[in-house]
Design a protein around this ligand. Structure first.
Ligand SMILES: CC(=O)SCCNC(=O)CCNC(=O)[C@H](O)C(C)(C)COP(=O)(O)OP(=O)(O)OC[C@H]1O[C@@H](n2cnc3c(N)ncnc32)[C@H](O)[C@@H]1OP(=O)(O)O
Ligand SMILES: CC(C)C(=O)C(=O)O
Length: 576
């Protein structure tokens, strides 16, 4: 890189617009949308779409709700011509087929031919107005450029709406002063006035002036000023539809399109997920869903965004970036502890689905675009207690108490560090079941624990008085080689069992914390019990139990403590 880039690159000189109005405007409604995926998007692909791929893409655009679709550059190739014919023959009545042509009479004729029989069609001509393009590419003066644009517009008019053989088609006309963002604004208005006079638009069917940031030249506010200038200087504004066509060279196309709409534009051209020449056209998914998250329906339907991504990736043969706004695979995922914690708390607080959406770190409810909550929180070594406990909650319906969340997160942290990667949902669930020895979680599950671990065979609980309950429990190890009775008393089942364990084992058990809740809402619901116990005043062990019966669930949670203690080697042997 140069130490002094100002010797090579000129600073862009912005238009002076001291009375600009757009900064105080807000969005009230969606713009008219035009998808140029099949034209600008397609022409930028290393492997342009086949006719079959274009058909699939076209169908998806119609499904999403696009009413204006630029389908091809029909004079470019037979594929584009044939595909335009397909669109003409199959497009729904309310969808306008748009095609592009340069200001070259022979190409214009071929372009119009491709639209014969269309219900609604838009012919789009482009001609560059910037000094750079006029001088470098065309060698045309300002006057010659104006004249060419005007003559070609007249030609389009004579071959379309003035031609009786095309009287059944509703014709629209779009003109793009290409390189608008690098053109003299007064000159653009002058060319467009001449083109407008040649086309003779009406209020019912306005002419479309598309103002492309063919190459993004400056910051979005500068583009907005240029658009506001055009909107306020073109005559008979009601017979003009001002359209935007921002490219993303500086990475600001979305911002530019948004500010330029505030500046008065009525329509936006772009591509799904920002495909298009170089850095791409403006991303219509982002623009539409940005509106949606401001409470404005964009009139484009992305409720099944996955199917949109599938089509885009398959036909463009370019993957949607995992961080692409809204659609990217990773944009509704949180790996980091503090994000997971905040999201989890947000969901816990959100009791009524009619409330305004207010979940930290998530500007959009993933379900609105067909994404599940399961994918939101993913667990790796950057995750804290919230992540793993969210996965347990979503998959096992178990709402772990805070202490157990902390306890389990250490187990998960250890596993992620050992594996050196993200843990998948099923791995976390298995880790949980194995750690807390939940062998009875699913009836079908027949996991056999290793080592001499114990299970509860049966028990009897009797009331000895108002305040004292007696428990007599039969326990055995899984191999069936050891069987023994635990008998204890207490003011409730847990204290009675702990009392019995303290008599049976040389270790001392002391309950520190106990929680329970039901799993599932129907009559088959089970209870989940969570207990933390101090063993010999030294080792804090969390146990988890599940059972149809609450008391059995709580005993199972204590057994989970004992079995973990045995596995850790911290429980002393039984008394004689
Ligand atoms: C900003 C955009 O995205 S514009 C759309 C661009 N898309 C495409 O180009 C895809 C389809 N294009 C094609 O298939 C071909 O370019 C064709 C069929 C249109 C023309 O092919 P060719 O006749 O071989 O010309 P070529 O591809 O070299 O195009 C450059 C010529 O077109 C002229 N030209 C470029 N833009 C325009 C325009 N808007 N109006 C009139 N002439 C134009 C150039 O000045 C140049 O003319 P020259 O050969 O006399 O110097
Ligand atoms: C044809 C025009 C609108 C274009 O694609 C551009 O300027 O980027």
């Amino acid at each position: 890189m140069l130490s002094n880039p100002s010797k090579k690159y000129k600073k862009f000189v912005p238009l002076k617009l001291p009375n600009r109005q757009w900064p105080d405007k807000t969005f009230e409604k969606p713009p008219r949308w035009l998808s140029t995926d099949l034209r600008d998007g397609n022409q930028s692909l290393p492997d342009p779409m086949s006719v079959e791929e274009k058909k699939v893409y076209f169908k998806k655009l119609v499904e999403i709700g696009f009413k204006e679709i630029e389908v091809a550059f029909p004079s470019a190739s037979q594929i584009d011509f044939d595909f335009t014919r397909f669109c003409v023959e199959t497009a729904p009545e309310d969808v306008s087929i748009q095609v592009l042509s340069p200001c070259r009479p022979e190409l214009i004729k071929r372009t119009i031919e491709s639209l014969t029989g269309a219900k609604r069609a838009t012919i789009h001509l482009y001609l560059a107005t910037s000094d750079c393009f006029r001088n470098v590419v065309f060698g045309l003066s300002k006057e010659q450029t104006l004249q060419l644009a005007t003559e070609c517009t007249k030609l389009v008019k004579s071959l379309t709406k003035d031609d009786p053989k095309h009287k059944d088609t509703i014709w629209s006309y779009e003109f793009s002063p290409e390189t608008f963002s690098d053109s003299d604004p007064d000159y653009v208005v002058q060319v467009c006035e001449s083109v407008k006079a040649a086309w003779e638009p009406s209020h019912e069917n306005p002419i479309i002036f598309n103002l492309p940031a063919t190459v993004e030249m400056s910051t979005p506010n500068v583009y907005a000023d240029q658009v506001e200038y055009f909107c306020t200087h073109i005559s008979d504004r009601q017979s003009v539809c001002v359209s935007l066509h921002p490219h993303n060279d500086r990475g600001c196309a979305v911002g530019a399109a948004e500010l330029a709409q505030l500046a008065g534009a009525d329509r936006v051209e772009g591509c799904l997920f920002g495909n298009g020449e170089r850095t791409g056209n403006v991303d219509l998914v982002t623009l539409a869903l940005n509106l949606y998250t401001q409470g404005i329906h964009p009139k484009l339907d992305f409720s099944d965004i996955k199917s949109v991504i599938d089509v885009v990736e398959r036909c463009n043969k370019i993957p949607v970036h995992p961080r692409a706004p809204y659609g990217g695979q990773l944009v509704v995922c949180a790996f980091s502890g503090s994000h997971q914690d905040a999201i989890k708390k947000g969901f816990e607080k959100r009791k009524d689905p009619k409330e305004y959406w207010q979940i930290p770190y998530l500007p959009l409810d993933p379900q609105d675009i067909g994404r599940t909550y399961e994918a939101i929180i993913r667990v790796n070594s950057q995750s804290g207690k919230g992540g793993a406990s969210w996965i347990i909650l979503r998959n096992l319906e178990m709402d772990l108490p805070r202490g157990l969340q902390i306890n389990f997160s250490k187990v998960v942290q250890d596993a992620t560090e050992k594996k050196g990667r993200e843990l998948k949902t099923n791995e976390i669930v298995d880790l949980f079941k194995n750690e807390y020895l939940l062998y009875n979680f699913d009836e079908e599950e027949t996991l056999e624990p290793a080592g001499h671990l114990f299970k509860l065979d049966n028990y009897e609980l009797t009331n000895k008085s108002d305040k004292v309950r007696e428990l007599s429990a039969q326990m055995s190890n899984y191999e069936g080689s050891v069987s023994y009775k635990v008998i204890g008393e207490g003011n409730g089942p847990i204290s009675a069992f702990v009392n019995g364990l303290n008599k049976k084992f040389k270790s001392k058990f002391q309950v520190v914390n106990y929680h329970e809740h039901s799993l599932g809402a129907d009559s088959n619901s089970k209870a989940a019990a969570y207990i933390s116990c101090k063993v010999d005043d030294e080792h804090l062990i969390w146990g988890v139990g599940i059972n149809e019966d609450v008391s059995t669930a709580s005993f199972s949670s204590l057994l989970s403590v004992i079995n973990q203690g045995i596995r850790m080697g911290v429980i002393k042997e039984m008394r004689a």
